[in-house]
Each structure stands twice: as C-alpha cells, then as structure tokens.
Write a protein that binds this ligand. Structure first.
Ligand code: FDA
Length: 392
C-alpha cells in the first residue's frame, strides 16, 4: 500500500499552497486532484488576471458563523506575505480599485509559480485521480482513490466548495466532514447574480444591459459599486457583494444617487428651468433609459415647475430607496464562492485541524469562511493553506 506523510486532496489555491509549506518542512507530500489541470480557478479568476489578494484584509470582510475564526491564519500569513512571494518571483501586479490587487500579466503566472514551488519542495502532484472514502487507521488515515488506497499520517481536505460544477467543483469536503461527525454550516451560492420573477423581469426588461453606480443594501450591509441590469435580474460587483448577505424573501434597497443631494439638485433645476420635464432633469443624474423608467415607477411626471417641494423630496427619496425584490440567485452555475461549509466550531483556528480527528485538516473554501469580492477569498486560501502547512 502506498504511504505518505501528508495527503492533500485538491490542487487549488489552498491545497497547492499547503503542499509547498509541508514539502519545505521536509514532509513527504502527495497532492491528488480529479481535474486534468491544477489551479483552474486561479487561471480564470479576475478576468484572467487573478485578483490574488486585497490590501484591506479584515475579519468583517469575511462571512462565517464565527467571523473571528479566520483571523489567526490571516494574521500569520498576511496579504503582504503573499505579495512578497510574487515580488520574489518577479510577478508584476497593480492595485485596481478598493485595495484589489491583480497580476499585470496572465493569472497562469501564479499557477506556474505554485506548481514549480511544489516540485522544488519535493511534492508529488497527481491529476485525474478521484478520492473516495477516508477511514481513520491507527497511524493516520487510509484514503480510497481511483488508483488504489493511500495511507497518510495527515490528510488535508482542500477540495473547495460547490461553485461552478462544470469546473469540477463537488461537495466532497462536506461529505468527508459529515462522515467524521463534523457539522457543516448550510451551504448556498455567494457572489452570485440575483434573479427576478417573470412579472418583475417584464417591468425591468427595458433596462437590461445598463450599468450604473449605486449603493445596494441587503440585510443592513451596503456596497457602493456598479449595478448591472441583466436579462435575468441583477448583477455587477455591488449585487455580487450584496448577494452573500441576501436571503430568499428579502428586498434589496437601491440608492441610485449615492453621495448626491438629489433633493437640492431637483429644486435648483426647477428654479433654473421650470418647463423642463421631470424625466429630462432626472436624465442629468441617471442614464436616459433609467430616468424614463423611474418616471414611470414613481408616477411623478410632467414639467418640474409643477412639482412641490414635498413631491421633489418624495422623488429623491424613491431614487435613494428603490426597493427591488429578487426571488433567487443564478446558483452554483455562476456563483464565485460557496457560503457556509465545514463548521469552524470544530476546527482549530491555528492549524485548521478537526479537533476531534487529529491529523484531518480542512482549508480554503471548504471551510465556513467566505470573503467579499475583491481578492479576499484567495487570501483565505493562501492563509489557511499556509497555516495547515506548518502543522501537518
Ligand atoms: P478551489 O476550488 O480553487 O480548488 C479545489 C480543487 O479541488 C480543484 O482543483 C478541484 O478540481 C478539486 N476537487 C474538487 N472536488 C474534488 C474531488 N471530489 N476530488 C478531487 N479533487 C476535487 N477569488 C478571489 O479572491 N479573487 C478572484 O479574482 C476570484 N475570481 C473568481 C472567479 C471565478 C469565476 C470563480 C468561480 C471564483 C473566483 N474567486 C476569486 C474565488 C476563488 O477562486 C476561490 O475562493 C478559491 O479558488 C478557493 O480555493 P480552494 O483551493 O479552497 O478551492
């Protein structure tokens, strides 16, 4: 029977990073993945440029039943540590917006770096292998695989979440956790477009394709970025962010004029040109199509000179508090991440080991730690992979 010190399941961001650390510590390390290529999500991320971390890493930018759980790993291997790794390799990067760091060149530079560093650390990577049941044995674990069983003193489950099944995502990590009696926090798609019911879609279809800056609030949390109207509902960074906080049945509040004193602007426009149509005045603040739509939503139309202060106040209020009611999300098919996962209650924050199963670690997206859009999820993958890599 094949034996190794450390068996890592999943050659994604977290698994490869963990493998490098374990290999550098002299541990005999084997990485298995059922895919044909490692790090596929790194390759396609950030529009092919990989938004690999964020300068503003902070616990409140992660969702988890216990948001402070991630802090230990994030503090021990920080965004600056990852940046230093790229700098040492001469991989150029830039800040795009909101602290988001992207490669200047293709994201494959990061995949290539990780694969090479694994090789240099003596790690063996085997692709096209399907792992099966994991059993505890006296000196570690025995893992069934499509190429025969493997024994290992430590097993690291780094198979990610359920997002994008077309790319090989499975619920394997959750099944492993449950087979060892470890609870899994309910999983759902995150960073995902929201969808409308047919009736709402019919009302909004004239806006499809439009992108506007907006402040979106879901469940009391707000994000100010672009909002995109689609043929199925809503997307754009502000919506993807809000989707992680949104639940079925909840409305979302859209502020179409964040940061502007629209009420004062409407009164000034009335004084300057009372004959202008409300829609014409709105079109100075919103794209024409949206101005027309909001005119019909609010029912406030005609010349602006005919509108009282109270009506203009009501109009600006409606534009700041436009309530929309999505009915669902586009699901795992397009979700960037999976919310929920292996409960942090039973994991050690320092080593990511299951406290009741010494030697069994869970890292990366498989764990109930999900970051905002903007490089937070890769930083969690690097940090949790690094932390487990010191312990296996
Ligand atoms: P990841 O999913 O990367 O790796 C899991 C590995 O396990 C895969 O190689 C998979 O093949 C393998 N696997 C799964 N099931 C298996 C099984 N049963 N048997 C064997 N192997 C199995 N984040 C960010 O911070 N910045 C960004 O720019 C983006 N962009 C982005 C774009 C898109 C389109 C998506 C879908 C996601 C992002 N993300 C992102 C999120 C980011 O990709 C994600 O959080 C990390 O890849 C998670 O890393 P993991 O290593 O945990 O899982």
């Amino acid at each position: 029977m094949e034996k190794t010190d450390v068996l890592i399941l999943g050659a994604g961001a977290a698994g490869m990073f963990c493998a490098i650390e374990a290999g550098r510590r002299g541990r005999r390390t084997l990485v298995l993945d059922h895919a044909r290529a490692p790090g596929e999500k790194i390759r396609i991320s950030g529009g092919g440029r990989c938004n690999f971390t964020n300068l503003g890493i902070a616990p409140e930018r992660f969702l988890s039943r216990n948001p402070r759980f991630a802090l230990s790993a994030l503090k021990r291997f920080t965004q600056w540590d990852f940046i230093a790794r790229l700098d040492a390799e001469g991989i150029a990067w830039h800040e795009k917006t909101l602290g988001q760091l992207f490669c200047d060149g293709p994201a494959t530079q990061i995949v290539d770096m990780l694969v090479r560093q694994m090789r240099e650390a003596g790690v063996e990577l085997r692709l096209g292998v399907e792992p099966g049941e994991i059993r505890a044995v006296p000196d570690g674990f025995e893992v069934a695989t499509s190429r025969g069983p493997v024994r290992a003193a430590s097993v690291v489950v780094a198979t990610g979440g359920k997002s994008i099944p077309k790319m090989g995502a499975t619920g394997y990590a959750y099944r492993v956790a449950e087979s060892f009696g470890l609870p899994v926090v309910e999983t759902r798609p995150g960073l995902v477009p929201l969808t409308f019911a047919a009736q709402e879609l019919e009302r909004l279809k004239e806006l499809a394709g439009l992108s506007v800056p907006a402040r979106i609030t879901a469940d009391g949390v707000c994000f100010e970025e672009a909002l995109l109207f689609t043929h199925r509902g809503l997307s754009g960074p502000a919506i993807l962010q809000a989707s992680s906080y949104w639940r079925e049945g909840m409305p979302i509040a859209v502020n179409l004029t964040p940061g502007a004193d629209l009420s004062a602007a409407l009164r000034a426009a009335r004084d300057a040109g009372p004959k202008s149509a409300v829609r014409t005045v709105l079109a100075r603040h919103l794209p024409e199509r949206l101005a027309r739509h909001m005119e019909s939503v609010t029912g406030i139309e005609g010349p602006i000179g005919a509108q009282s202060n109270a009506t203009l106040e009501r109009l600006s209020q409606l534009l700041r508090q436009w309530e929309l009611r999505p009915v669902g999300t586009e699901g795992y098919r397009t979700a960037e991440v999976t919310l929920g996962g292996v409960s942090t209650d039973h994991l050690d924050a320092r080593t990511l080991v299951a406290r009741s199963v010494p030697g069994l670690h869970f890292i990366g997206e498989a764990v109930d730690v999900t970051g905002w859009l903007g490089g937070y999820n890769f930083q969690w993958a690097w940090s949790s992979g690094w932390a487990a890599g010191q312990a296996v």
